[in-house]
Design a protein around this ligand. Structure first.
Ligand code: 3H9
Length: 688
């Protein structure tokens, strides 16, 4: 056995050399790893007793890609291309042995091996698109040469991690090894290559299947909506187009486009988000070894849209759930909706009917709160009213077993006040899911004054179990997300009061990258949420719209008019209502330009984010961004409001807020933290 360097070993099994990489956590292609691979292969090739070479990784995975944390720094040591050339041009067969995930640069390395062997649980993918990039080490040229243009387009623009079985069917993997016996399988395959004198296949020498011009045109058209605003998908498509050229020419296109993306703002933002989501898991005063409480059974109170969606998360993760409602009819309806949701997914081919039954089999309904007595976690999802919540928690306190986590799904109420309705505030926490709760990735976990560390650690871990991005926040009105959203909403309303039309505000925010603007959103949700017919006195534009039964999409009209297919059209009726309001309140309605709309809706959010940080209600600026990217449709290629503020420069943010403060008053007054950072020439990224 010979150590090549601190992360690479070269060993031998008869005439088969084995290059083993061991660079936790994910064997990313850092300078050290590249050096180790380069020297390892060089030594194996130079050794006359070696006839074939197996590349395998220790730990939980094959190479998961380039080392993202090294991006932007000066490159040191052997380049990835040096490694790949050494492997591809090796006169001895090279076999990549894959377990865990072969992703990005990792798969690109494997594609320069002559053969690939994988265990069934392995997955392969080129997920660079999710970092605002494209595979920059020949992957865009080699993948289509194996799987064809169409599959390559799908894989590269989705970043999907494709299971080994599918990879085998596509020819991306040549042979399967038994689970847990990868090395044996790969060595046996290497012997077969030698015994049968199998050729040393170079992927680069193959032709690309498919790839007529209409394949690309159709793909672009079919995905236009999904790719809107992003630069990387189009660059990936262009590379697949270039794979129809001779290999070296295609490689040049790949290189040029890769460098453009790599040095651009979108990829910087998307890489930032990658690390931000992972940083959110780290809670300074809740160490990794904090006790995790067992959660084997979950209770949900309320079978409405929210309760049902919440329940589905746990069912999907294989945990039994009991839902409690007050009336049989509501319970039946709630359980029925869950079944229907699963059946719809099955109809789309994304779930087997067997899986539907397994999940429904884990679900039970009850009209008795006492049926939650054996639950380890109980989540309340009843009406947003403090008295009702307190009542529920008071009752829960009496029936829940000792140590059970008692969670509220409130979206803005004071979790400490709710906790005070129990004799065990240390067990109470906020688990704020976003609608639809079974789909949206964000979970705001709200820590009360007295919430215990094990309850926090367990909640964070559960977030991961159910596939959420969990962010720990503190108690304040609306927590992080809704508190900042309220600022945007206020300005959106105010802009309309001053003469902007709802569709102008919506268009500016849509063009910025949000999936929809605030008024289209209100129409979708229903304008009458929180509106009371008896109390309504036509005091706001919304009041008037609701009084006219323009309650949003469901009534065919709201801020917008809708046709039968729910396509929105600016409404002359709404415009007149707005003009009448302006006249009544003596406002001189004016044209408001797009730049002002954008600044007045976005800058107050940034300012509020700064206040949240000042008050310690979020741990770090990147947590605020993680909330906005995953829960509120903030375009990931702009990194979140705080990252966006940094990209504008905080001095500029402060200057613009002050300009609006002079015109519109205190609402725009920059927070002390913003002023301080701007004065010091710093950004939110500099906060430690
Ligand atoms: C690329 O390859 C470009 C090339 O085409 C071009 C070359 C010229 N680098 O996610 P986890 C860290 S771009 C650095 O919690 P999991 C991660 O930050 C790359 N660090 O684990 C975390 O650190 P910490 C293309 C990385 O089991 C720890 O590893 N590849 C990298 O839930 C554990 O990560 C990708 O985009 C990296 N590449 O999931 C794959 N990857 O513990 C990105 C991970 O300090 N990675 N870390 O917070 C993933 O998708 C997931 O990490 C993976 C494991 C599925 C591998």
């Amino acid at each position: 056995m010979a150590a090549i360097n601190s992360v690479t070993e070269l060993t031998q099994d008869g005439d088969i050399a084995i290059v083993t990489l061991n660079s936790p956590p994910v064997n990313a292609l850092s300078a050290n790893v590249r050096d180790g691979l380069f020297e390892g292969f060089k030594a194996a090739i130079a050794d006359d007793s070696v006839k074939a070479i197996v590349l395998i990784c220790a730990g939980r995975t094959f190479i998961a890609g380039a080392d993202i944390s090294e991006f932007g720094g000066a490159s040191k040591g052997a380049s990835l291309f040096d490694v790949q050339n050494m492997m591809e041009n090796s006169p001895k067969a090279v076999i990549a042995a894959i377990h865990g995930t072969a992703l990005g640069g990792g798969l690109e390395v494997a594609l320069t091996a002559h053969y690939r062997v994988a265990v069934p649980s392995a997955k392969c993918g080129l997920p660079e698109v999710n970092l605002g990039l494209l595979p920059g080490a020949g992957g865009t040229q080699r993948l289509p040469r194996i799987v064809g243009a169409e599959k390559a387009l799908e894989m590269m623009t989705s970043g999907a991690h494709v299971p080994a079985k599918e990879c085998l069917a596509m020819g991306l993997v040549d042979s399967m090894a038994e689970e847990g016996k990868l090395l044996e399988g790969a060595v046996a395959f290497a012997r077969k290559v030698l015994d049968e004198k199998m050729p040393l296949k170079k992927v680069r020498d193959r032709d690309v299947a498919g790839g007529s011009p209409d394949v690309f045109a159709n793909f672009r058209k079919a995905n236009a909506r999904k790719f809107r605003g992003f630069m990387a998908p189009e660059a990936n498509i262009k590379c697949v187009e270039a794979s129809l050229l001779p290999f070296e020419e295609g490689l040049k296109v790949e290189r040029t486009l890769f460098m453009e993306l790599m040095t651009g703002p979108q990829s910087a933002a998307q890489r930032y988000v990658f690390f931000a989501e992972r940083a959110a898991n780290k809670i300074p005063d809740v160490p990794d070894d904090t006790e995790i409480l067992p959660v084997k059974k979950v209770g949900v109170i309320g079978a409405g849209t929210m309760g049902g969606g919440i329940a589905m998360n746990f069912l999907n993760a294989g945990l039994p759930v009991t839902i409690v409602e007050t009336k049989q009819e509501a319970l039946d309806r709630g359980l029925g909706v869950i079944r229907k949701n699963y059946e719809n997914t099955a109809a789309k081919g994304r779930l087997t009917l067997e899986a539907v039954e397994t999940r429904m089999g884990l679900l039970s309904g009850s009209l008795e709160l006492s049926d939650l007595a054996d639950c380890d976690l109980i989540i309340e999802a009843v009406f947003e009213n403090m008295d009702i919540k307190k009542d529920v928690f008071g009752k829960l306190d009496k029936i829940a077993k000792p140590g059970a986590i008692l969670a509220t799904n409130t979206s803005f109420l004071n979790v400490d006040e709710i906790a005070a309705a129990t004799s065990r505030p240390e067990s109470v926490i906020g688990l704020h899911f976003f609608s639809p709760a079974n789909v949206m990735r964000l979970l705001e976990i709200v820590r009360g004054d007295k919430t215990s560390k094990p309850v926090i650690a367990t909640s964070m871990k559960l977030g991961k179990t159910i596939g959420k991005v969990a962010v720990l926040v503190g108690v304040c009105n609306g927590f992080v997300g809704n508190r900042m959203l309220a600022m945007r909403q206020r300005q959106a309303q105010q802009l309309v009061a001053e003469g902007a039309m709802p569709w102008d505000v919506d268009r500016v925010l849509y063009d910025f990258g949000f999936p929809m603007g605030p008024f289209a959103m209100s129409d979708l949700a229903g304008l009458d949420i929180g509106w009371n017919k008896d109390a309504s006195k036509g005091e706001t534009i919304r009041d008037v719209l609701c009084e006219m039964d323009r309650r949003g999409q469901k009534t065919g009209a709201g801020y917008y008019d809708y046709d039968e297919k729910r396509n929105a059209k600016p409404s002359a009726v709404t415009e007149q209502i707005i003009r009448d309001f302006a006249a009544k309140s003596g406002v001189n309605a004016r044209d408001i330009d797009d730049a002002e709309i954008l600044e007045r809706t976005i800058l107050p959010m940034i300012n509020e984010g700064a206040k949240i940080l000042e008050e310690g209600k979020a741990i770090r600026a990147s947590d605020v961004d993680t909330v906005w990217v995953n829960g509120y449709g903030w375009p990931v290629y702009r990194g979140g409001p705080m990252h966006y503020a940094d990209s504008l420069g905080l001095a500029k943010v402060v200057e613009r807020l002050k300009a609006y403060e002079a015109q519109h008053g205190d609402f725009f007054k920059p927070s002390a933290l913003l002023e301080k950072l701007a004065a010091e020439g710093k950004g939110f990224k500099d906060l430690k």
